[in-house]
Write a protein that binds this ligand. Structure first.
Ligand SMILES: [Zn+2]
Length: 87
């Protein structure tokens, strides 16, 4: 999808899973609202900057939107509140 590539592409550079994982490891707040990540073992999804303990890479999946994560069956994290309205 060309439009999606343009949206998430050049400027931010979180289009690849590797880059997203790096952002999660570094708790990069600059990645917030660009993507979300879910943890299979806990069943929750988080903002990249969430202060929760880092999950194992193999248990983590990435989502472009909150709806995507919720449709995949994940609940919003109570700590970083990814479902709270963006300001
Ligand atoms: Zn969280």
């Amino acid at each position: 999808m060309a439009s999606m590539t343009a949206l998430a592409g050049a400027q931010i550079g979180f289009s690849r899973d590797e880059d997203r994982w790096t952002a999660v490891v570094e708790r990069d707040a600059g990645a917030d609202d660009i993507f979300y990540y879910s943890v299979a073992t806990t069943g929750v999804y988080c903002r990249p900057s969430c202060a929760a303990r880092l999950a194992l890479r193999k248990n983590v999946a990435f989502h472009n939107t909150r709806g995507d994560a919720e449709q995949a069956g994940f609940r919003p994290c109570k700590r970083c509140r990814p479902n709270a309205a963006a300001t």
